[in-house]
Design a protein around this ligand. Structure first.
Ligand code: NAP
Length: 282
């Protein structure tokens, strides 16, 4: 069976259209401030695309490019300044920060109401008890795709490979909140293939090209590839061996064009939600 390709690019465009319409109805434009430290080329690409997303959604955006070596205290003071600005609804610090910065301390400085990446412990706690203010962008994007393609996690066996705070853990929580029976696998999980082969919904968020092969996937499974790796030719690819797994799965996300664009769309949605929160709009 050839799987249906879940088109994250098209769905993200649709989401952004809806977000733009809602933003246009607000009294004040949603505002996003993006801070980048250093000159990592991949981070620069991400920051540029966030600026374009803001333009598409009709948001106000500001970018702060700080030199690597800027004292952490200066970075925190900038965040505190932005915390107090009425025209800024969301603050995003592009990760990873260069060596020498304490990411945890920096992220903690962002006010939870402006934490559109949803990394602040207050927002992580709210998500854990099922009362999130902002949904973490990548897992939220995956859930949107499942909904769009009519995949209901309720009662399904879900396996999430990867347990990072950014992807794996919140992904597992969102599936759990939608009544999936969830298992999280990681680098110490023995016989990964035996576990993943039981999954009705398999989410891979590891960062290892070729990790998920067809023999590790159940016939008819829904396969979500979160990873963004570079293969030997330097091309963007995921963890999943796409061609062989697509022969077995019922639905599959491509890389690129799957989860990545949805992550960006969900950042725009969180910024819109923050703006509504700050303007007292339900
Ligand atoms: P991370 O923090 O490096 O976490 C990777 C996870 O994979 C860890 O939990 C690790 O286990 C686990 N792992 C490593 N080797 C494994 C193996 N052989 N078998 C099973 N599990 C293994 O990475 P991340 O930030 O979660 O990102 C994961 C991937 O998603 C990366 O490719 C990243 O670029 C991509 N990503 C994509 C988006 C998007 O928008 N599409 C967003 C964020 C991240 P341990 O905990 O035991 O070390």
């Amino acid at each position: 069976m050839a799987a249906i390709r879940m088109d994250g690019k098209a769905l993200a465009a649709k989401c952004k259209e809806t977000i733009a319409q809602e933003a246009a109805a607000l009294e004040r434009k949603p505002g996003l401030a993006v801070i980048i430290v250093g000159d990592d080329p991949a981070s620069r690409v991400y920051v540029n695309s966030k600026r374009r997303d803001c333009e598409e959604c009709g948001f106000y955006s500001e970018e702060y490019a700080l030199l690597d070596g800027t004292p952490q205290q200066e970075l925190i003071e900038l965040i505190e300044l932005l915390n107090g600005r009425e025209d800024i609804d969301g603050i995003l610090v592009q990760l990873p920060l260069p060596k020498g910065y304490n990411e945890e301390e920096v992220l903690l400085a962002i006010h939870p109401d402006k934490d559109v990446d949803s990394f602040h412990p207050q927002n992580v706690g709210a998500l854990t008890i099922g009362r999130p203010v902002f949904l973490p962008c990548t897992p939220a994007g995956v859930m949107e795709m499942l909904d769009e393609y009519g995949v209901d996690p309720a009662g399904k066996r879900c396996v999430v490979v990867g347990r990072s705070n950014i992807v794996g853990k919140p992904m597992a929580l969102l599936l759990l909140h939608r009544h999936g029976t969830v298992t999280i696998a990681h680098s110490r999980t023995p016989d990964l293939g035996a576990l993943t082969a039981q999954a009705d919904i398999l989410v891979s968020a590891v960062g290892k090209t070729g990790l998920i092969t067809a023999d590790m996937v159940k016939e008819g499974a829904v396969v979500i590839d979160v990873a963004m790796n570079r293969n030997q030719e330097g091309k963007l690819c995921g963890d999943v061996c796409f061609d062989q797994v697509a022969e077995k799965a019922s639905f599959i996300t491509p890389v690129p064009g799957g989860v990545g664009p949805m992550t960006r769309a969900m950042l725009m949605r969180n910024t819109l939600e923050a703006a509504k929160l700050h303007q007292g709009v339900k």
